[in-house]
Design a protein around this ligand. Sequence first.
Ligand code: IMP
Length: 445
Amino acid sequence: MTASTANASAVVGLQWGDEGKGKLVDLLAPQFDAVVRYNGGANAGHSVVVGGERYALHLIPSGILSPGVYAIVGNGVVVDPARLLEEMKILSDRGVDVSKLVISDRAHVVMPYHKEEDALREELLSSSVSDQTSASCGVIAAIGTTKRGIGPAYADKVQRATAIRIGDLLCPAVLREKLTMICSMKNAVLNALRPDGQASFDPDGIADEMIALGEQLRPMVKDTAYLLDDIRKAGGTILFEGANATMLDVDHGTFPYVTSSNSSALGMGPGTGVPPQAIGRIIGVVKAYSTRVGGGPMPTELFDGVGDEIRTRGREFGTTTGRPRRVGWLDLVALKYAAMISGATELCITLLDVLSGEDELKLAVAYDMPDGRRDRFIADGHALVDAKPVYETMAGFSQEITGARTFDELPDEAKAYIQRIEAFVGVPVGMISVGPDREQTIVRA
Ligand code: IMP
């Protein structure tokens, strides 16, 4: 018998990442028995502030900060073992209990050659200008990846024979045999990509390193699909922690300017083995404005002083790469689409405090395209380049709101802004974050 009740919830970003999911997961985690990552890898960067201390997590679920809660890295995650162990050490050194961390034996491993391939591909893409210059296709450009080897690791997963899973690290003989074949293939491919043609990944050296890392991970490695089912059968509850975000989903985002996993809520099933009927509540996290790191279209991007003000106030610099984030007004066309794809049952608006001080607030409610106006999103990174946002302008607010703890304490203009978002998207706003601390959160009844 398997568990059949919808006792799982999810927190998923509805924009291009960095919506503040980490804070929300940390806030909700104590109510759950397990917090589970289902996609992405060390490309994600979740910062959580607890008691004034900031924690930057990349691979470990933010739920790790809640004592007694399982923090599970599901099979859909691509794991860089050295980074994972480093992150564990940083947490333990700061007194965080990491004993409830569990890693799926079926999660795929990010290997050293994946990182090299990621960087080489990006370099080649940024230096080669395609001849596809028509306005509707745009020019093929670098994706602006985090260079953490994410795309090549997922590519090997789909290629199958050249993939290494966490479970393989625990079987030295199998690993050595696989790496002999894989390194000869990788060296040949990377020689073609490298300007010096000198790729020389050594299977024995990599195997020694990976076997040693695997030994450190061994106590944490489990079949997490069974673990999650056991938790559910015992009446326990699960919180899924989405990494990256819906607009970066490889199938439904602004392809090809996306990440390489199903980073919308749709990735939960394949990335963990938990069936769809388990998921009852999906909280879509949305910044009060838009940001994006890396390449790809962003119709509401701001290139003026307003964008700079928001970037500075919102400290919009990447947690993973430190890159300044691109900033823009909230795009309701994109948001309504993302809420549809991720099946958001409620919204959590974050960083509302950052908008304090703007005289007016703009919301994109349609796009003007060369062939007319449309109110539906275009999930194509090339076609979307032509979208000119049609804005609705609302009054801004200047009051400091970081101390607000109820909806009624917000200025009327901020309330109207929130109400406009929920009316347009058709999904209620259940939570509003007005600062980085756990306490700086408004929960609407
Ligand atoms: P990759 O995931 O490193 O391959 O990068 C692909 C694209 O997704 C790049 O534009 C990255 O900047 C972006 N990206 C990946 N993960 C995140 C994230 O967690 N937040 C914001 N952007 C991300």
